[in-house]
Ligand binder design. Structure first.
Ligand code: NAP
Length: 259
C-alpha cells in the first residue's frame, strides 16, 4: 500500500495569518502526514495568532519574518538551520500583498511604488526564500511550493497588479525549477480557486467572483482550503517526485472553461 509519510521531515511554512490562511491548510496537511512544522509570522501583530495555531501541533516552532527585509530573512534561515540540524525538506511560500488602492479601479493607474511593493512581497520573496533554503536542502533534495492565481494568465477585474505579481511568481517557479533540478530540489506552484481569506477579502468584487466560479466551474462549486492542503501534501511528498516547474490548478476546473 502506498501512503504519504513525512515522519522525520521538516517543513517551513511562510504565510499563516490565521486559521483561514491557505498556509495553515497546507501546514495542517503536512503535519498530519508527520512533518515537523516551522511557521513564520510577519511582526508582533500576528505572533499571537500563529503561536496559538502552532501550539496545536506539538514540536512546532515559530519565527518572525517580513519578506521585504533581507536581514529578517537571513535571521530566519539561521534559526531554521539550527532548528533542523541543517536539513530542511519543504518550503511553502504562501505570501502576497498589494496596496488596497492597487486592487481596485484601473490597472492603468498603478503607481511605480505600488507595482514595486506588490512584486517585491508577492514574487521576489519566493526567490529570496529559495536562495536561503537551498543550502539546507543539499543532502536529500527538497520541495518548494508557492500559491498563485489564474489572474497571472487571464484578466480578472480588480486583480490588477496582483495578476502581474502572479505572472512573475509562475515564471520564477519555472526558472528556479530549472536551476535547482540537478540538486533534486523541486519547485511548483498551486493555482487555487477563490477562498475567502483575509487577503482575498481585500480584493474588490471578491464575493461576486467566487459566485461566478461556483456557477461556471465543471465541479459547480468552490474549492475548500483542505483541497489545497491535500494537493500541497502530494506535491511535497515523494508522490510528486517527478513533478517540477508546474502550476497545478486546484480550482474545481474553472481554468479550462471558455464560456
Ligand atoms: P492570507 O491568510 O491573508 O495569507 C497571506 C499571507 O501573506 C499573510 O500571512 C500575510 O501576513 C502574508 N504577508 C503579506 N505581506 C508579507 C510580508 N511582507 N512578509 C511576510 N508575510 C507577508 O491569505 P491567503 O488567501 O491564504 O493567501 C496565501 C496565498 O494564496 C497568497 O499567495 C495568495 O495570493 C494565494 N491565493 C489565494 C487565493 C484565495 O482566493 N484566497 C487564491 C489563489 C491564490 P499579514 O497578514 O501580516 O500581511
Amino acid at each position: 500500500m502506498r501512503t504519504i509519510d513525512l515522519s522525520g521531515k521538516s517543513a517551513l511554512v511562510a504565510g499563516v495569518a490565521n486559521q483561514r490562511s491557505l498556509a495553515w491548510a497546507i501546514a495542517d496537511a503536512l503535519s498530519d502526514a508527520g512533518a515537523r512544522l516551522i511557521l513564520t509570522y510577519q511582526g508582533e501583530r500576528l505572533h499571537k495568532n500563529v503561536a496559538e495555531l502552532a501550539a496545536t501541533r506539538p514540536g512546532t516552532q515559530t519565527f518572525p519574518c517580513d519578506v521585504t527585509n533581507d536581514d529578517e530573512i537571513d535571521a530566519l534561515f539561521r534559526n531554521v538551520g539550527e532548528a533542523t540540524g541543517g536539513a530542511l525538506d519543504i518550503l511553502v511560500h504562501s505570501i502576497a500583498f498589494a496596496r488596497r488602492e492597487d486592487l481596485d479601479g484601473e490597472f492603468l493607474n498603478t503607481s511605480r511604488d505600488g507595482w514595486h511593493t506588490a512584486l517585491d512581497v508577492s514574487a521576489y520573496s519566493l526567490v529570496a526564500l529559495t536562495k536561503r533554503a537551498t543550502p539546507l536542502m543539499q543532502t536529500d533534495g527538497g520541495s518548494i511550493l508557492s500559491l498563485t492565481f489564474q489572474a497571472s494568465q487571464r484578466v480578472f477585474p480588480n486583480y490588477n497588479v496582483m495578476g502581474s505579481a502572479k505572472a512573475a511568481l509562475e515564471h520564477a517557479t519555472r526558472q528556479l525549477a530549472y536551476e535547482l533540478g540537478p540538486m533534486n530540489i523541486r519547485v511548483n506552484t498551486i493555482s487555487a480557486g477563490p477562498i475567502a481569506t483575509l487577503s482575498a477579502r481585500g480584493i474588490s468584487g471578491f464575493t461576486h467572483m467566487a459566485k461566478h466560479h461556483e456557477k461556471m466551474s465543471p465541479l459547480k462549486r468552490n474549492i475548500e482550503p483542505r483541497e489545497v492542503g491535500d494537493a500541497a501534501l502530494f506535491l511535497c511528498s515523494t508522490m510528486g517526485s517527478g513533478i517540477t516547474g508546474t502550476t497545478l490548478y486546484v480550482d474545481s476546473g474553472y481554468h479550462i472553461m471558455g464560456v
